[in-house]
Each structure stands twice: as structure tokens, then as C-alpha cells.
Design a protein. Structure first.
Length: 362
């Protein structure tokens, strides 16, 4: 029961009391309460009639910490509102709803963490100054997908001038895969180019052998995200950002592959990033997993970057057995006694061993 109705009812009771006891002094406050209640309810009702509220988002997906423009429009009803406010869950304080016509407001919001965000409906509250009558109008709710932020990797310490760290200007990590062209030797096939003949083997054994080159996908760097038992939600977010950042960085320098939890084979990401939007969305929704990525898919010659959020960061068996010439463990957890190669998105990369990328058959 609204306060306006109670005020009008109280005024009616005062009027009836004045008539019953022939007390002229009660007629005036009784009529005042009746007019106050009816007037407040009528004004608010007419102000709400024809009024509207809409909320429009410039995009349904946005990266972490990137501004998202939100447009609010308040349409006036038959009468201007006596008072009220626009309550937007994205804002800390409500906006006044007073005005003679349509009112447009543009705000920018930022989200600190990835994932789906359900935005509660915006509410237009119309009420009289005394708070006797109130009407609420709502805009439609919305859902936003917050994508992991992309950051550039940076070299650590003295590796900025060389070594195996990612250079700020180039492709030290990306080139690792390109350097590993030779997969094995096989008997010479009639008609094969002479440039493929492996002359050292011919000179040593007298048998014509040719180089067998690996496929482009097998020689590209591979980024693997391991979301098992993260040290914290923040650590998992950092690992996801690192995996996303490295995928974009390596893809732009020649292409790479990305293996996410649950996948049985990596997804190829070319330099034009044509398959990247779908993978970016998947990364935004990554949750903690119980099982490790399929280590059997790591038998390739391109550089392997294993990104993990585990509290006890250690090279997984799959990474230790990999035949890649360059292997990295990227983690938000500091590993004592192991030199860092590069840093990205709050994580640090550590070079794991070194294994020759060439497998020759005599």
C-alpha cells in the first residue's frame, strides 16, 4: 500500500471525524492530506506515463581494463517528474532524473577480471519530493564478456641484449621454431631436388639420403595452457592473460598453435589472426581443470611454451619429454634458482633444458 494512498486515507478519516464531531478545525488538515495524497499519486503516474529508459552498449565483449561506452537515455512522460533518479548498477552513485525532455548520458566502465558479467537492469525511479508515491521503470538487463587483456612480453635482466628471452623488438622466441626445419632423413626419392640431399650422410655411408622437412604447423611455436589446481583465482587469470598475450605475439611473428584444456589437438593461429577471436572468447571462459593438457600432442619441433597457474610450478613430464629445441615454463609463481627468460602479463618464463631439434637417421 503506497504512502500516497495512506495520506489520502488519513485525510478522509480526518474529514469524517470533523463531520461526526462537528469540528470545523479538522476539515482543513483533512482536505490537505487528501489533496496531498491524490496529487502526489497523480503527478507521479502522469510523469511515468509515456516515460522510458534504455541502455545501449557499444559492444558485448571488451578486454580487461579497456573502457566500454554505455549510453543511457531517459524519455520524459506526460509531465516532467517531480523528482527521482536513475540507478545504474555500473555507477557508484545514481543520476538525477529531473529534466524537461529526453536526457542522454554516456558513461565508460571498465572490468578488472575476465569472464561473463551479468549487468542488472538500469532503474528509473520517479517519486514526489515527500516520497509518498513512487514508480519504477527498468531497462533490459545485459550480459558482457570480458576478454583477457593482451600485453607485450618483455625481456628480463641482461637477456634484453641477447640470449633466449623474448626481445622487445623482435622474435627470439618465434624464431626458435623456424630454425628447426629438419625432422629426419629418409632414402632419396627419384626426382627430389638436389638441395634436399644430405651430403654428409652420403659421404659417410655411401647411401643417398634426403632431408625430410616437417610441416609448417609442426615447426611453429606451441602455447599450452595448463589450468590445473591454480594457486589462486588471480594466478589463473594471470596465466590466461599470459597465454593470450603469447599467442597473439607469436602469431604475428609467423604463426603459432594454441592448446587449451580439454583440446586433443592444437588450434592454428595464423599471422592474420583469423582464428584468434574464437580462441580469445574461449580463454575468457577458462576455469580450473582437473586434468593436464594432452602431453602426447607436444611431439613437435617448434618452440613449446607451457603456461601454468599451479602453486608448485615445475616442468610437467610432457614438457620434459618434448622434442622441441626451445621449451619454456611460464608461471605467475617465482621459481628460485632458475634464471628468467622473459616476463609477460604478470608471469615469468623460464627456459627448460635444451634438446637438439634435429633427429637424423643414418
Amino acid at each position: 500500500m503506497s504512502r500516497a494512498f495512506l495520506a489520502a486515507l488519513f485525510g478522509l478519516l480526518l474529514t469524517l471525524t470533523a463531520a461526526a464531531f462537528d469540528s470545523a478545525s479538522l476539515y482543513v488538515p483533512g482536505a490537505a492530506f487528501i489533496l496531498l495524497g491524490v496529487g502526489a499519486a497523480s503527478w507521479v503516474s502522469l510523469a511515468a506515463h509515456g516515460a522510458g529508459l534504455s541502455r545501449r552498449l557499444d559492444a558485448r565483449a571488451v578486454e580487461e581494463e579497456q573502457p566500454l561506452p554505455v549510453h543511457l537515455e531517459v524519455q520524459r512522460g506526460v509531465l516532467p517528474p517531480p523528482g527521482g533518479e536513475v540507478v545504474e548498477p555500473l555507477l557508484e552513485h545514481p543520476l538525477p532524473a529531473l529534466g524537461q525532455g529526453a536526457r542522454r548520458v554516456r558513461i565508460e566502465v571498465r572490468f578488472a577480471r575476465r569472464g561473463r558479467r551479468w549487468l542488472e537492469p538500469t532503474r528509473l525511479q520517479i517519486r514526489d519530493p515527500l516520497g509518498l508515491a513512487e514508480r519504477n521503470l527498468y531497462a533490459d538487463p545485459a550480459e558482457i564478456l570480458v576478454l583477457p587483456r593482451i600485453e607485450s612480453p618483455t625481456a628480463v635482466g641482461d637477456r634484453a641484449s641477447g640470449g633466449h628471452g623474448v626481445q622487445t623488438d623482435g622474435s627470439a622466441l618465434a624464431v626458435q621454431g623456424a630454425e628447426l626445419e629438419l625432422d629426419s632423413l629418409r632414402p632419396y626419392r627419384e626426382g627430389a631436388p638436389a638441395s634436399r640431399i644430405h651430403w654428409p650422410t652420403v659421404a659417410r655411408s655411401g647411401v643417398m639420403m634426403e632431408r625430410r622437412l616437417v610441416a609448417d604447423a609442426d615447426s611453429r611455436p606451441l602455447v599450452v595452457l595448463d589450468s590445473r589446481r591454480p594457486a589462486s583465482e588471480e594466478a589463473l587469470d594471470a596465466a590466461v592473460r599470459a597465454a593470450a598475450s603469447l599467442t597473439v605475439y607469436l602469431a604475428r611473428t609467423g604463426g603459432c598453435s594454441l592448446l587449451l584444456p580439454g583440446d586433443r589437438r592444437p588450434t592454428e593461429v595464423d599471422p592474420e589472426l583469423r582464428s584468434w577471436p574464437q580462441q580469445h572468447v574461449r580463454l575468457a571462459l577458462i576455469e580450473a581443470a582437473d586434468s593436464a593438457p594432452f602431453a602426447g600432442r607436444l611431439e613437435r619441433l617448434g618452440a613449446i611454451v607451457w603456461v601454468t597457474a599451479m602453486a608448485a610450478a615445475a616442468p610437467p613430464p610432457g614438457l620434459a619429454r618434448a622434442a622441441a629445441g626451445a621449451r619454456y615454463l611460464v608461471t605467475p609463481v617465482e621459481i628460485e634458482g632458475r634464471p628468467a627468460s622473459f616476463a609477460v602479463a604478470g608471469c615469468t618464463a623460464y627456459r627448460i633444458g635444451a634438446r637438439a631439434g634435429r633427429r637424423a637417421a643414418a
